[in-house]
Design a binder for this molecule. Structure first.
Ligand code: ZN
Length: 230
């Protein structure tokens, strides 16, 4: 059997298709969905007021929302890498320079949830992000010690109450004088991020900022203050 025949036989069983629309493709998404995805990106960087600079790549809706759902709930972890690349490209275009002491730490899942899902989407996103930015990733820089209930549908106050003490510094040791860049898939009220900042600050670890892929909120501040991320 020649290689080309073998390949055709193989292709009969392996039907690569777009996880979002089922069109045939040999990439993470088909060309159509890639275009749609880029339309979700904020024209001006999605910057949000908070304790630290928060960079969000795009609007949580349309194809971006479907891509995150396909990643988290339909077992398509390979999508995370490409989304991490998008996030990295957007972020690099916004910051003046990448500080050398930055370490990327993903928002962790509770061990029970991690076992159920098989992967932490924020970590996978972070790995793609770090491939492009060249920054080191510490997947266990933080740990989730409290299994919080699903946060959607809760008020801001309820979310914050729920997350109180839910995160702690994890088993990964951070290099001296490092500054943490927190990464997450979706930024909503900021309650999770605030819990992470609180946990790191308790251990006197500096937090440089937050990067997230999507948000339902609208960006408010001017992009200028992002350059202070150092
Ligand atoms: Zn598609």
């Amino acid at each position: 059997m020649t290689n080309s025949i073998l390949q055709s036989v193989f292709n009969l069983f392996l039907k690569p298709e777009c996880p979002l629309c089922a069109r045939p493709t040999d990439q993470e998404f088909c060309h159509y969905c890639q275009q749609q995805l880029l339309e979700c990106q904020f024209t001006h960087p999605g910057l949000f007021p908070g304790q630290v600079p928060i960079f969000v790549w795009g609007r949580y809706g349309g194809v971006l929302k479907r891509a995150i759902a396909a990643l988290k709930y339909d077992g398509n972890p390979q999508i995370a890498k490409m989304l991490g690349y998008c996030l990295a490209e957007g972020w690099l275009n916004t910051v003046n320079r990448v500080p050398q002491n930055l370490v990327v730490v993903p928002i962790p899942l509770h061990p029970d949830k991690l076992k159920k899902r098989g992967f932490n989407q924020a970590e996978l996103l972070g790995r793609g992000f770090c491939e492009i930015t060249g920054l080191p990733i510490k997947p266990h820089g933080l740990q989730r010690v409290k299994n919080t209930e699903a946060l959607h549908g809760l008020s801001r106050q309820q979310r914050e109450q729920n997350l109180l003490g839910a995160l702690r510094v994890g088993k990964d040791t951070l290099p001296p004088r490092s500054s943490v860049l927190i990464i997450d898939d979706i930024y909503t009220t900021g309650a999770t991020v605030n819990a992470a900042i609180q946990a790191l600050k308790l251990r006197k670890i500096k937090v440089a900022g937050v990067v997230a892929l999507a948000t339902t909120a609208s960006p408010k501040s001017s992009p200028g203050s992002l350059s202070s991320m150092a």
